[in-house]
Design a protein around this ligand. Structure first.
Ligand SMILES: [Zn+2]
Length: 475
């Protein structure tokens, strides 16, 4: 039988606010455990939470970018459960009235755009962190009360690749919006996946498993792939799939049953009496809307139109806002944006990728890429020498013009000088000339090589070729 996987994702986005969602404690990552805490986030009795307005603004920003319905009235609810890293005994979240509903995330897969429908996005606080060591378990509450947006997709994805493209799109958008750094490895973007299988053509949903503990795009894909195979094998064996939470074991490459999955009613949600409902008016939405920067797809389309780029190149550039900004700065300083793209995509990213670095790490200034392209276009240096110059720029961060000058790399375009050299080399190699004359036209490569060796690669290659041909024909 043929099966179809049905996947829905729950993504937690950690917001880049300076302070926590209900208290003035810092959200900085990596501080000494339990130093960013106060009576509110420690869950002391008798304290009152106060909502951080920035969290609501960021939610509106995301809602606008994803075409969600922004609820004018929403409120917080208590999600009750017991765990050592949750001292209050409940997490403040939103339940029956979330701030955002509907909307979609656009993904690009198999050469086309697809919309992944969203069910809802709600605001909530993060819990603390439990760290298990050999001598015991420790609780760090620095993260307790850090603001999150939880995005719940509809169960409309059918392949692991689709799921990871969906995550990549979210990462891209939240980074453009400046509301989250999208770092899955550090946990500022976390993902749980609900996955079930059903016979192809069936419309009813099968029993789902919830997968946790996947901290990179690659692991989300791997875990889903494994789980699809596991469920199909179980069904084919006549076993019943049970609703449960499963942990992805990165080292073993398998998912393991953790516990049976709770139903929502087990959390005994109820409206939080300590917090007033959130009211949002049109004016507020309009103001936030004006602060939203150009989003990736619009920017990609503009790059194609404004700079004449290939769609594929424009897409790679706009995948990352910092890379797109870098390109645009370089392109504005140049009158040859197409060449600028090539240098950024093949040389600069090539060098960075080899060192496992990203565009933030380069010391080459964008205007220096423009300057390098200008030097080639003006025939000051050849494309080949430009690569040598680039390598120097990559290490020192110096301007290409000054590198060319310092190292004496200016291209030789003096026709007489090249001609003299060509004559000298032709005369010194009668055997090669004979070969050329006998029809072995590719012997010309040998002569070009000799000229380049003599000039340390600085002779204008086009002129060398032309003069060589002429001189050899004259022989
Ligand atoms: Zn606090």
């Amino acid at each position: 039988m043929e099966y179809e996987a049905v996947i829905g994702l729950e993504v937690h986005i950690q917001l880049l606010t300076k302070t926590k969602i209900f208290c003035p404690c810092s959200t900085d990552f990596g501080a000494t455990p339990n130093t960013h805490v106060c009576p509110v986030c420690l869950g002391m009795p008798g304290v009152l939470p106060v909502l951080n307005k920035q969290v609501v603004e960021y939610a509106i920003r995301l809602g606008e970018a994803l075409n969600c319905k922004i609820n004018r009235f929403s409120r917080f609810a208590r999600k009750n459960y017991f765990y050592p890293d949750l001292p209050k005994g409940y997490q403040i979240s939103q339940y029956e009235l979330p701030i955002l509903e509907g909307g979609y995330v656009e993904i690009f897969i198999d050469g086309e755009y697809r919309q992944i429908a969203l069910e809802r996005i709600h605001m909530e606080e993060d819990a603390g962190k439990t760290i298990h060591k050999s001598d015991g378990s420790y609780v760090d509450l620095n993260r307790a009360g850090v603001p999150l947006l939880e995005m719940v997709s509809m169960p409309v994805m059918h392949s692991p690749q689709e799921a990871s493209e969906y995550l990549r799109s979210i990462r891209k958008i939240v980074r453009y919006l400046g509301i989250c750094d999208g770092n899955m490895e550090e946990g500022s973007m976390r993902c749980d996946a609900n996955i079930s299988i059903r016979p192809k053509g069936e419309t009813k949903l099968g029993t789902k498993a919830e997968l946790k503990n996947m901290n990179s795009f690659k692991h989300v894909e791997k875990a889903l792939e494994y789980e699809i195979e596991r469920q199909i094998a179980a069904v084919e064996n006549g076993e019943k799939i049970v609703q449960e939470t499963r942990l992805w074991d990165e080292k073993a490459g398998i998912t393991k049953s953790m516990r049976s999955k709770e139903e929502a009613f087990e959390y005994r949600y109820f409206p939080d009496p300590d917090l007033v409902p959130i009211l949002i008016d049109d004016e507020w939405i309009e103001r936030v809307k004006r602060e939203i920067p150009e989003l990736p797809k619009a920017r990609m389309e503009r790059f194609v139109k404004e700079y004449g780029l290939k769609e594929e190149d424009a897409r790679i550039l706009t995948d990352d806002k910092i890379l797109a900004d870098y390109f645009e700065e370089a392109a504005k300083a140049s009158n040859n944006p197409k060449s600028v793209v090539n240098w950024i995509l093949s040389e600069l990213l090539g060098h960075l990728n080899r060192e496992n670095k990203s565009i933030e790490d380069t010391i080459i200034k964008p205007e220096h890429i423009a300057e390098l392209v200008g030097l080639i276009d003006k025939n000051t240096i050849s494309g080949k020498i430009a690569k040598t110059v680039f390598k120097e720029m990559y290490v020192s961060g110096d301007a290409p013009g000054s590198i060319v000058e310092k190292k004496g790399l200016v291209q030789i375009t003096d026709e007489k000088a090249i001609e003299e050299l060509v004559v000298k080399i032709v005369d010194a190699n009668p055997k090669a000339v004979e070969q050329y004359k006998s029809g072995k036209k590719n012997t010309i490569g040998f002569f070009v090589g000799q000229v380049m060796k003599e000039t340390k690669g600085k002779a204008n290659p086009k002129m060398v070729n032309e003069i060589l041909m002429r001189k050899l024909e004259e022989k």
